[in-house]
Design a protein around this ligand. Structure first.
Ligand SMILES: CC(C)(COP(=O)(O)OP(=O)(O)OC[C@H]1O[C@@H](n2cnc3c(N)ncnc32)[C@H](O)[C@@H]1OP(=O)(O)O)[C@@H](O)C(=O)NCCC(=O)NCCSC(=O)CCC(=O)c1ccccc1C(=O)O
Length: 264
């Protein structure tokens, strides 16, 4: 596959770096991006010469800001239940039998925060900001993005993230358990390299077993997610959801209330 939306590199040897390369839209993903990410994770995941996968975003503004709000009104573009086969990508990050590191170089927002949450480890620049925006833009991740987030940072904090849609600094992310470490922006690559080198020295089979064992406890969320995606595809067709996307594109506050009041 020729990649248009991502970059795949082996850098350094034994480490696959997958970069979402859409900086003009703050590394938001469209259907094509998700297909390419799936292809790249499959490639790195089953290549025995690769020990660690690093996921990041191009430029220094954003890691990833979720679904591309310019690429949809209602359903996203693509072949998945909601257009984007995002649930396949999320599962794949869990399924690859090796550690995945999120190198968070800027905003990790919406579906971007979900991807970072699903990575095994998160190394954040001090420029990074984290948060969910679904209820502000007419969306929600009714699976790993909510239920697994609660496992990672606790129920109260996860509900705060989703209901209030605030932004959190990298230091706050570390304090709540959403990131492992925060480093000055200029030291981000050196820190990621250090973690990769340590992982390269560990037994790959022991790491794979540990990862699968950690995953086993939250595996039921995969089922919740596929059921939730069916519901989400119906929500995306409502005026209430479309108002969220329109408001983002028109750079104004959404007004969800008339849509709610109009419902029978
Ligand atoms: C990232 C922001 C917080 C940055 O805010 P700010 O600094 O004020 O800058 P802006 O002017 O807002 O943005 C700069 C520039 O970037 C463009 N942009 C940013 N994000 C997107 C985006 N997601 N899509 C398209 N374009 C984007 C923005 O338009 C500006 O461009 P200009 O040309 O300069 O105008 C803020 O931008 C922000 O909050 N962004 C997030 C917006 C958003 O709504 N994201 C989608 C969230 S919903 C989602 O991801 C659901 C889809 C999905 O993935 C999913 C669905 C179902 C189940 C699971 C999932 C899942 O989450 O995995």
């Amino acid at each position: 596959m020729d990649y248009q939306d991502i970059v795949y590199e082996e850098r350094p040897r034994g480490v696959a770096r997958i970069t979402i390369n859409r900086p003009a839209s703050y590394n938001a993903f469209r259907g094509q991006t998700v297909e390419e990410l799936i292809h790249a994770f499959l490639k790195a995941g089953w290549d025995r010469s690769i020990a660690v996968i690093v996921l990041t975003g191009a430029g220094d503004k954003a890691f990833c800001t979720g679904g591309d709000q310019g690429a949809h009104e209602g359903q996203y573009d693509g072949r998945g239940t909601i257009g984007l086969p995002i649930d396949e990508l999320q599962s794949l990050i869990r399924d690859v039998p090796k550690p995945v590191i999120a190198r968070v170089n800027g905003f990790a927002i919406g579906g971007g925060n979900v991807l970072a949450t699903l990575c095994d480890l998160t190394i954040a620049s001090d420029k990074a900001q984290f948060g969910q925006v679904g209820p502000k833009v007419g969306s929600v991740d009714p699976g790993f993005g909510t239920a697994y987030l609660a496992r990672v940072i606790g129920e109260k904090k996860a509900r705060e993230l989703w209901y209030l849609c605030r932004r959190y600094t990298a230091q706050q992310a570390v304090e709540m358990g959403l990131a492992n470490v925060v480093v000055p922006h200029a030291e981000l690559d050196a820190e990621v390299d250090r973690w990769c080198q340590e992982l390269l020295e560990r037994s790959p089979t022991a790491l794979a077993l540990a990862k699968r064992s950690f995953n086993a406890d939250t595996e039921s969320i995969r089922g919740i997610s596929s059921m939730g995606m069916q519901a989400l595809s119906l929500y995306y067709e409502t005026e209430e959801s479309k108002e969220g996307g329109r408001a983002f594109r028109e750079k104004r506050k959404p007004n969800f209330r008339p849509e709610v009041a109009a419902k029978p």
